[in-house]
Design a protein around this ligand. Structure first.
Ligand code: ADP
Ligand code: ZN
Length: 628
């Protein structure tokens, strides 16, 4: 595009951002994507969760003539987005199985008459011949294919219906198509482009950094106590606690309720009605904690989730990143907190090994788990390690033209457990050799408990039975406690030196990687397990930079604003954050706007929301005027 036109397009996009969405600036990457779509190009957009992908198609939807068709696999997400858009005065609708025949006819008519800005559809719905024919006759502004990684058979979210979406290429040749996702390595990105048949797409690969999320991983000692201590710091805040089993979600939620938290369980085995009710309370009410299996979260775009806690290991780094990505989408401080121990390592491995996946699939899952374990045990900045994992791979051909890639040389971030409280490390080579020799001497046949007993020279029936007190390694590790040996073993497993063979009840076995270590050709740096120090944790937490804090003098206004928001949200049957985000309410407290003009200048206040809500909030602010 010639420069003056680009300038005009930019101005138009910025205008829409301001008047409709009430935001002053685009987030990194958004403007470039929008320009490409407005120029009619296909796009591949990879942005971290919370990065603001939706705006990348919503703004062009409002600028390009016709209706933007958004393909999303998640019905709950569709409903939320449409509700939020309508609040902004945008003509948006969705078609899915929950829509009555009557409404459908209505939507079809609006579409034909060009009165819809955005139409959300599930892929299977879009691919019905009837839908395609309706779209043939309509004026389609663009196709946005959300969660585009679902097209990848290698990915963890493969959906058969996505494979059919390539029909759009020939059926709507003049319409730009956007593929958007938050999780896709280089191979998946290429797969998306090929399978969707994007034409010379502009590629935008944004960094994965979520600077407002603080990552911390703790060694599990007493899971319940640890969780309660962590939750004490987050009293009254909305959050998600992930567990592996359904039963555990129930017991954990009960324990949290006993401790005074508004906690609810969520898992696939619950009656549908209860599940929907709990999810609804999480979205609608203030400060609800959901204790869930990983069944929960796909399509939850509640922006003010203040923490995601894992009391069990996730399946992979990707899964972990996706699950923790649900925290802090509003850009405010949020915690990603996890505890794990040796037991979990063995258990998750067992789940993989005994699963029904093919041998090849299991191999992939095992190696993903190993990577995750390695990450748990890092001794340098956790964020840097995470970014390296996602950013390390070379960009595939043609990707250099888009927005710049994630920073490569990640500096220590200052906002993870390791940066805030660096673990002590020690040279664990000799101990590792002792432990591994003991595994070999006992025939690579026993689990952690027995091997450690032999190391420590314990006289147990099992030792007697196998005459392991006669071994050269019997008692060579008596100077170290069992807990420390378990820590060492966990790190050896995480480092890929030792395997816990699930098929043989957790029997320990050495890997190829163990050899050079055993022969003393390499050394091994290990970390001392930090003993939880709550005082230290608390002071670290206090020192974080949260931006504007509500002072005691402002407390009354803050609460009144929240109250007002809750009423308005109830009246409109939307979650409170759809009315205004916390950040906007904080601005109201800070700036105390006295007029509509002053209010529309506040971040997050667009024209439609001004018309709808200004009076109510101005009244609250006036009622809390500061005495002069
Ligand atoms: P994603 O789909 O990438 O996870 P969303 O599109 O849901 O992220 O955006 C996350 C949050 O950021 C939303 O609440 C959205 O309103 C907000 N947001 C997006 N773009 C901007 C912007 N330019 N300025 C301020 N807030 C924004
Ligand atoms: Zn760090």
């Amino acid at each position: 595009m010639p420069a003056p036109i680009i300038e005009a397009v930019r101005e138009q996009a910025r205008n829409t951002l301001r008047t409709v969405f009430g935001y002053d600036d685009f987030r990194p990457g958004q403007a470039e994507v929008i320009e490409a779509v407005l120029a009619g190009r296909d796009c591949l957009v990879l942005m971290p969760t919370g990065g603001g992908k939706s705006l990348c198609y919503q703004v062009p939807a409002l600028i390009r003539p016709g209706t933007a068709v958004v393909v999303s696999p998640l019905i709950a997400l569709m409903q939320d987005q449409v509700a939020a858009l309508r609040q902004l005065g945008v003509a948006a609708s969705f078609l899915n199985s929950t829509v009555s025949w009557h409404e459908q006819a209505d939507i079809t008519r609006q579409l034909a008459e060009g009165r819809l800005d955005l139409l959300y559809l599930a892929p299977e719905r879009l691919l019905q011949e009837e839908t395609l024919r309706i779209l043939d006759r309509a004026d389609v502004a663009l196709f946005a294919i959300d969660e585009a990684h679902c097209v990848s058979q290698w990915g963890h979210d493969f959906r058969q219906d996505y494979l059919g979406l390539d029909v759009l290429a020939e059926r709507f040749p003049g319409v730009p198509r956007m593929a958007l996702t938050a999780t896709a390595d280089a191979r998946t990105r290429t797969e998306i482009v090929n399978r969707l048949r994007l034409r010379k797409p502009a590629r935008f690969v944004r960094g994965f950094d979520r600077p407002n999320i603080r990552y911390s991983v703790r060694i599990k000692s007493n899971a319940n106590d640890q969780l309660l201590a962590f939750m004490d710091e987050h009293r009254g805040q909305p959050g998600i606690v992930y567990c592996l089993s359904r039963r555990k979600t129930e017991t954990t939620a009960a324990a949290l309720r006993d401790a005074g938290h508004d906690a609810l369980p969520y898992h696939a085995g619950m009656p549908g009605g209860d599940r929907a009710r709990n999810q609804r309370r999480f979205l609608r009410d203030d400060g609800v904690v959901i204790v869930a299996t990983i069944a929960f979260g796909m399509g939850i775009d509640k922006p003010d989730v203040r923490f995601v806690a894992h009391v069990d290991l996730p399946k992979s780094i990707e899964a972990y990143y996706q699950e923790t990505g649900r925290a802090g989408r509003d850009g405010e401080h949020a915690d990603a907190w996890m505890i794990y121990g040796l037991q979990d390592v063995v258990r998750v491995r067992q789940l993989v090994d005994q699963g029904e996946a093919s041998e090849q699939q299991k191999r992939i899952e095992r190696s993903k788990l190993d990577t995750l374990l390695g990450w748990c045990e890092v001794t340098e900045c956790r964020r840097a390690a995470l970014l390296r994992y996602f950013g390390d791979e070379e960009p595939s051909a043609g990707e250099r033209e888009g927005a710049p890639l994630a920073r490569r040389e990640a500096d220590p971030c200052g906002n993870c457990d390791i940066c805030l409280d660096p673990p002590k490390t020690y040279d664990g080579t000799v101990e590792a050799q002792k432990l591994m020799s003991c595994i070999v001497r006992t025939g690579q046949y026993f689990g952690a408990g027995h091997v450690i007993d032999v190391l420590r020279g314990k006289d147990t029936p099992k030792v007697q039975q196998h005459r392991h007190d006669k071994l050269s390694t019997f008692g060579i590790g008596s100077d170290i406690g069992a807990t420390q040996w378990r820590s060492l073993l966990r790190q050896l497993i995480a480092g890929g030196f030792v395997l816990a063979d699930a098929a043989r009840f957790g029997a320990l076995r050495l890997t190829q990687a163990a050899r050079p270590l055993l022969r003393g050709e390499t050394t091994l740096t290990l970390r001392e397990d930090a003993v939880a120090n709550r005082a230290r944790e608390r002071s670290a937490r206090k020192s974080r930079d949260d931006g504007f804090e509500i002072t005691p003098q402002d407390e009354a206004l803050w609460e009144a604003l929240r109250e007002c928001r809750l009423h308005l949200a109830d009246d409109a049957s939307v979650p409170p954050y759809v009315v205004f985000h916390d950040a906007t309410l904080k601005e109201f407290v800070r700036l105390r706007p006295q007029s509509r003009t002053a209010m529309v200048a506040v971040h997050g206040v667009g024209q439609a929301k001004l018309d709808r809500y200004a009076d109510a909030f101005l009244e609250v602010i006036a009622a809390h005027a500061r005495p002069h």
